[in-house]
Design a protein around this ligand. Structure first.
Ligand SMILES: C[C@H](O)[C@H](O)[C@H]1CNC2=NC(N)=NC(=O)C2=N1
Length: 97
C-alpha cells in the first residue's frame, strides 16, 4: 500500500479521478465552493476523513477556492493511500455542491 506508484500507474489512477492531475510527486485538485464558510466546512470534513485514514492532504485555502495535494510524505511520492484519500475528498466535495 505504501509503494510509490510509477508514472504510468499514476496516469492510470488519474483516469478514475475526475478533476485531479499530477504525477508521482503529487496529485492535486482545485475546487471552488459557493462561499468561504462552505469551503471551510469542506476542509473540516476532509480533516475528519484524514484522521480516520491517518493520511493527510496538503490544503491551500484562498477565499472559496481549495487546492488539495495528496502525496505520501513518508514514502516520498504518490501511493495508493493518496488515491484513496483523493476519492474520499471527491465524495465530500461532491456532497457540498
Ligand atoms: C505517524 C503518522 O502515521 C504519519 O505521520 C502520517 C500522518 N499523515 C500523513 N499524511 C501524508 N500525506 N503523508 C504521510 O507520510 C503521513 N504520515
Amino acid at each position: 500500500m505504501a509503494d510509490v506508484l510509477t508514472a504510468e500507474a499514476v496516469r492510470n489512477e488519474l483516469g478514475g479521478l475526475a478533476g485531479w492531475s499530477g504525477d508521482p510527486a503529487g496529485i492535486t485538485r482545485t475546487v471552488e465552493l459557493a462561499s468561504f464558510p462552505a469551503a471551510v466546512t469542506v476542509v473540516d470534513r476532509v480533516a475528519v476523513v484524514a484522521e480516520e485514514l491517518d493520511h493527510h492532504p496538503d490544503i491551500d485555502i484562498r477565499w472559496r477556492t481549495l487546492t488539495f495535494r495528496c502525496v505520501t510524505h513518508s514514502a516520498g511520492g504518490v501511493t495508493l493511500r493518496d488515491v484513496e484519500l483523493a476519492r474520499r475528498i471527491d465524495e465530500i466535495v461532491g456532497a457540498a455542491r
